[in-house]
Design a protein around this ligand. Sequence first.
Ligand code: NAD
Ligand code: DAU
Length: 353
Amino acid sequence: MAIVVTGGAGFIGSNFALDWLARSDERVVNLDALTYAGNLQTLAPLANDPRHVFVQGDIRDRALVGRLLADHRPRSIVHFAAESHVDRSIHGPGAFVRTNVEGTFTLLEAARAYWGGLEGDAKRDFRFLHVSTDEVYGSLGKDDAPFTETHPYEPNSPYSASKAASDHLVRAWHHTYGVPVLTTNCSNNYGPYQFPEKLIPLMIVNALAGKPLPIYGDGMNVRDWLYVTDHCSGIRRVLEAGTVGETYNIGGWNEMPNLQIVHTLCDLLDELHPNPAGSYRRLITYVKDRPGHDRRYAIDARKIERELGWRPAESFATGIRKTVQWYLDHPQWVADVQSGAYREWVAANYGAR
Ligand code: NAD
Ligand code: DAU
């Protein structure tokens, strides 16, 4: 038995592959283009593991995807591969349309052909699980109820628009062609192996380097945080027991303004890695806001709990402590991902703020 994972060298996909193989002997065929966000070092523990087959390639390569499905006969595809950073989507939206929209289309077409050729139990049991985001629902006001699965789609950034488009394609491939799909819409993840362009790892690595901690706008935008292995367990549960054609919101019931997150990180670093120059809070710097910055996200995760019995295992307090400790323990991983391309991104995004 095998599953195909796309984007399994990125943050969530690599955590998923590592977790999956820690719990099962079912082979993971990992298709990843190794963009700036993909990192084979994260998968080093699986380097000599015959249960992990890594294939460097683009999800838009229809011939390659078709060959992989024919060769490995997976029972499921778990689709993580995407361009995932909102700020990058503002600087260069084209790659988001190409990977998130065209790439998902190509995978769906390959999955449709493969599934169409299956028979019996293999056909009945096949699943295409599409990993998506709460950002497709747009922005909430202060007193609005959290996003349920029936919240209207109101994406506001090129990233969320491209993810919304991919969600619609997945839905249509089920309704029109019967492809057995599942979609998950998750809130902000944090944890080990997250590329230091996203809020939490960026703040940790900047603090350790004595660099400014750039807060967009007034720092009061709210996100709903989930520890990455809880996202992975939610996906496993949906794959195992989700109803075909349904969507499931995954979240940690952990809404917090950005400033509070950064204060928490500074306080943890003050405790675990004190700096004689004083508290890391001294590095906090307000910078120009992100254009179209969504004010608040919050996930109503009652459906996945009620129907599938899933709840997160980590609290924010336990998850964020583990995360800070992980970055303190892995300076080489951080140094290696901060290549020339990373430095160019930092200059492009923060230079003009
Ligand atoms: P990431 O940017 O860390 O990783 C994306 C991976 O996809 C990288 O390994 C990259 O090399 C690969 N990739 C990109 N384009 C590709 C292509 N054309 N073909 C093959 N591989 C390609 O992203 P992440 O944070 O791990 O997010 C994974 C998925 O989860 C995405 O679909 C994202 O929209 C979704 N999601 C992320 C979060 C979050 O907080 N990070 C929350 C909810 C949903
Ligand atoms: O909600 C799920 C989404 O969460 C995922 O779909 C995306 O892939 C993921 O990138 C994330 O999007 P955000 O835009 O919420 O994450 P980011 O870490 O970029 O920013 C979190 C908040 O912190 C946001 O309000 C912007 C703010 N921020 C971010 C950076 C990088 C800052 O204030 N300063 C910064 O330097």
